[in-house]
Write a protein that binds this ligand. Structure first.
Ligand code: F6P
Length: 530
């Protein structure tokens, strides 16, 4: 693929001087540089891509064998080579139960049976005295359900949901304060059931429940692949919802890890969420690459990060209830594609995934958009916005929100020239040197790329579509980069060192063998910890 990347780099050098705005001289540009599935529209026309460049990016899809690898993933082949596993989060939303064979066994009866047990359990909790649910998990066992529960708050008709992830005692202390132990359900969400943060919080929650008159025997549930460990913890099998190792942590909200969401919005709402994911799976499998939202989002991403060299990507939902989406996508993208070697162990030939970050609009406008508009670095932006909100009585708020969203992508592209800035300052009464100086501060370079995803409204089905859209985007990017998007060896070293540092911080072991900085920090903490 080196020749394709080289050709793209040359292409970028050739076209980078032209403005995105000039591309709109083609009256068909907006339509031609958009893709749609159902009611969802992805507009990538405010980028510097043109037909020729798109063809070159399309050649990457061919050369990397995206179609074959996509088929391998959906069929249950062990594409997560470094862990020897299949990658089948799509099976969790395969609601019609078409067989999927893993190692000679159809996994669908098990998936559907667990889903049926989740529905019964969720209904039981929703019809009980339980007023609050505390999900204890971290990473994929937290970010997915926490993001989705907030996103779908207009559909909540079950108990309140809370999320504890950080091992910092402040998190669980602040969450449990004010809760009634007798009417709280604690869900321990951990694929491995060994994650130190989650297990520490789970033990603290169990002690709190015992001390405050609750019954951990009936008020704890577990979501995990490790039956033996959930049993050791004392959670009865009827309250354990298992899944298999082919569900990656950051892809797990569709199954048992989504139990808190199901309890919040009910099994019907959760089904609609799964149906949205399944609809996107079908689109991803069937649509030609040019019409395929996930593939196009991936190609735009590769163009910006790997070809243009823009090192970060901002996710900007103009949807307050998607305020956790940037964090969710940060794990999805960065844990999946932040790798340095290809599948065969050889180094990657281009940079791997970009830094993904962001915040809900319009808040971000009053915080970091200054840099997006006038900083020296180009940050491609990804806007998300619904045509309508859930508060008809506040429709004027939504119109203002939408106007801001569209204004930002327009401003990023259009910018403001020195001539325009001068005219503005002249009209404000400035003259001579002052006019020139003041005008320069008001110049916007413009020509900053963005994409916008629009959808009718953020309901469970649409949220399912959005998450699956991004999952497949990450997959396509990973295939083209030649990396394994489904392992996360990069998180291991820190975990090992934390384990070795724990007795040092507890004062049971000295700092022999540690570097000077670490030893100094330990010394400081031990002296000040009281
Ligand atoms: O950070 C590493 C990681 O393994 C993530 O991939 C995962 O989502 C998270 O830890 C939590 O893991 P578990 O669900 O096993 O507690």
């Amino acid at each position: 693929m080196t020749s394709q990347w080289d050709a793209l780099a040359k292409r970028f050098s050739k076209i980078k001087g032209r403005t995105i705005l000039s591309l709109f001289e083609d009256a068909g540009r907006a339509q031609n540089f958009s893709a749609q599935t159902g009611d969802m529209l992805l507009d990538y026309s405010k980028t510097n891509l043109d037909a020729e460049t798109l063809d070159m990016l399309g050649a990457l899809v061919e050369a990397a064998g995206v179609a074959e690898k996509r088929a391998a993933m959906f069929s249950g082949a062990p594409i997560n080579d470094t862990e020897g596993r299949a990658v089948l989060h799509t099976a969790l939303r395969n609601l019609d139960g078409a067989p999927i064979d893993v190692g000679g066994r159809d996994v669908m009866p098990g998936v559907l049976a667990t889903l049926a047990r989740m529905r019964d359990f969720a209904d039981k909790i929703r019809n009980s005295e339980i007023t609050d649910v505390v999900n204890i998990g971290i990473g994929g066992s937290d970010l997915g359900p926490a993001m989705a529960v907030e996103a779908l708050s207009p559909y909540h008709d079950g108990p309140r949901c809370h999320f504890v992830s950080n091992v910092d005692g402040a998190h669980i202390a602040d969450t449990l304060r004010g809760l009634e132990a007798k009417s709280t359900l604690v869900i321990v969400a951990s694929k491995t059931f060994t994650t130190i943060e989650t297990m520490t919080n789970a033990r603290t929650a169990r002690a709190w429940m015992q001390d405050h008159g609750g019954d951990p025997g009936t008020q704890f549930a577990a979501l995990s692949t490790a039956d033996d460990l959930t049993a050791d913890f004392g959670i009865p099998p009827a309250q354990v919802f298992g899944f298999e190792d082919w569900v990656g942590g950051r892809y797990s909200v569709w199954g048992p890890i989504g139990l808190s969401l199901m309890i919040a919005i009910g099994p019907k709402g959760f089904d609609a969420f799964l149906r949205g994911g399944q609809a996107m799976d079908r689109h991803f499998q069937a649509a030609d690459w040019r019409d395929n939202l996930s593939v196009m989002l991936a190609l735009v991403g590769l163009w910006h990060a790997q070809v243009c060299g823009y090192a970060s990507r901002a996710v900007l939902p103009y949807d307050q209830r998607l305020s956790k989406l940037p964090d969710y996508l940060q794990q999805l993208e960065m844990e999946s594609n932040g790798k340095s070697v290809q599948m065969g162990g050889e180094p990657v030939t281009v940079d791997s995934g970009p830094v993904v970050w962001g915040a809900a609009g319009t808040n971000g406008q009053h915080a970091f958009y200054q840099l997006l508009h006038q900083g020296t670095r180009v940050v491609p932006c990804e806007f998300l916005v619904a045509a309508e909100g859930h508060e008809p009585e506040l429709a004027h708020h939504h119109k203002l929100l939408v106007a801001n969203c569209l204004a930002q992508s327009e401003a990023l592209m259009r910018g403001r020239s020195l001539t325009e800035a001068r005219a503005k300052m002249q009209a404000a009464g400035f003259k001579g040197d002052a006019l020139e100086r003041q005008a320069r501060h008001r110049v916007f370079a413009g020509n900053r790329p963005s994409v916008t995803l629009v959808y009718p409204r953020l309901d469970p089905f649409t949220l399912g579509q959005i998450i699956a859209l991004y999952e497949h985007r990450v997959f396509v990017e990973g295939v083209i980069l030649g990396i394994n998007s489904f392992d996360q060896w990069g998180v291991e070293l820190g975990k090992e060192l934390a384990t070795s540092l724990q007795p040092v911080i507890e004062g049971r072991k000295d700092t022999a063998g540690k570097d000077g900085s670490t030893a100094q920090l330990v010394d400081y903490i031990l002296r000040h910890a009281g």
